[in-house]
Design a protein around this ligand. Structure first.
Ligand code: CA
Length: 372
């Protein structure tokens, strides 16, 4: 059943059941209930492949939580087993593996699949785009998830937002960035549209899975890398191989992690289990952001005070230039095809509106709280 009809049909079911009881059709009631029970006793054994190292803090444990919640909330009617990157398929084959049904579910980020359709990147993050709070507003109540569902249906997938990192860090460098020229010639791991912006600023962007970054920095295969934020970057030990830690993560202001579900596997579920799967993702989408918010500050203290990491802000001039290039890159993306055009139109309208609102709410409040 199509999801947009779900609420409608649930309403109809409730009405139908009420009518059965109201009219005293005692035969149909219990028989229907018995049939429903037999149908729902089937156990679905699902595999979830992920783009993260197994049990990686925040991202990997977020994927684990989706699996645990689905298994628990369904009373074991769906049992989800999680596989870390390379356990069943490599990190960047997660999309295809779930699309063809090798695994029923996956957990990753939409910008990893820009090779399939560049417009997909809007559903993870866009440079100078939306914060976590704004992203969730767009997805759940601004038309974003509807577009995402429509696009992924072409790949035999059902998408769900299933985690958010909040504003990321700008990355690890071994030299100071004082002007845009300092980015020229640098080979940096920076995925998605941020990578394209970095390229136009004169750098060489590379997309590598998280698990390969430490060694690449250590051996000099990379000059710089971004990953997530203090909590995750501390876990990978980047402070041992890079000196400067830059902020803010202009390229990833509130990255949405995704759960993808094979469409046939999803459609085969009874409606209550479909709701459990989608709502487990929704719970983790919020919970992961809460975890990052709580843990990043503690990790930043460790990095700066114990490991003597040099914290640096990108100069305003550099940010202004990057913002200018970003606007061009994002607008060009919208010209690729009709799908990209529609997603961009929805995103752009929403960003303008939410920006006006947040100027006088979130931003004004944070400024007020910092007044000396
Ligand atoms: Ca990142």
């Amino acid at each position: 059943m199509k999801r947009r009809n779900l609420v409608k049909s649930l309403g109809v079911s409730v009405l139908a059941i009420s009518m059965i009881f109201a009219t005293g059709c005692s035969k149909e009631g219990p028989e229907a209930a018995k049939g429903e029970k037999a149908k729902t006793e089937k156990v679905y054994k699902w595999k979830m492949v992920t783009t993260w190292p197994k049990n990686f803090p925040g991202l990997g444990t977020g994927a684990n939580n989706v699996a645990k919640l689905i298994t628990k909330m369904s009373g074991g009617r769906i049992q989800v087993k999680v596989y870390g990157a390379k356990e069943l398929v490599p990190a960047f084959e997660v999309f295809d593996a779930v699309s063809r049904g090798t695994a029923e579910m996956g957990h990753g980020a939409a910008y990893y699949w820009k090779g399939k359709n560049a417009a997909i990147q809007f559903f993870s993050t866009v440079p100078f785009g939306l914060t976590a709070q704004e992203m969730n507003g767009w997805l759940y109540h601004g038309g974003g998830l509807k577009l995402w569902t429509e696009v992924y249906a072409q790949y035999n997938l059902v998408p769900a937002a299933a985690g958010n990192t909040g504003v990321q860090m700008g990355g690890w460098f071994n030299k100071e960035i004082n002007s845009l020229d300092d980015l020229k010639g640098l080979k940096m791991r920076i995925p998605g549209l941020g990578g394209e912006v970095f390229k136009r600023a004169g750098g060489t962007p590379v997309t590598l899975p998280g698990g390969e970054l430490y060694t690449a920095l250590q051996t000099g295969a990379l000059d710089a890398t971004e990953w997530v934020g203090p909590y995750n970057d501390l876990a990978f030990g980047f402070y041992k191989v890079a000196k400067y830690y830059y902020y803010p993560g202009w390229h990833e202001p509130g990255t949405t992690l995704e759960a993808i579900i094979n469409k046939e596997a999803f459609d085969a579920l009874p409606e209550d289990l479909q709701e459990i799967v989608l709502n487990a993702c929704k719970v983790v989408n919020q919970d992961m952001l809460a975890e990052y918010t709580a843990r990043n500050n503690a990790a930043l203290n460790t990095l700066v005070n114990e490991h003597k990491v040099q914290l640096r802000a990108f100069p305003d001039d550099v940010l202004k230039e990057l913002r200018k290039i970003s606007d061009e890159v994002v607008a060009e993306l919208a010209e690729k095809d009709d799908t990209a055009k529609r997603i961009y139109a929805s995103f752009k309208t929403y960003r303008e509106q939410v920006n006006d609102w947040h100027e006088i709410s979130e931003k004004a409040f944070l400024r007020a709280r910092s007044l000396k």
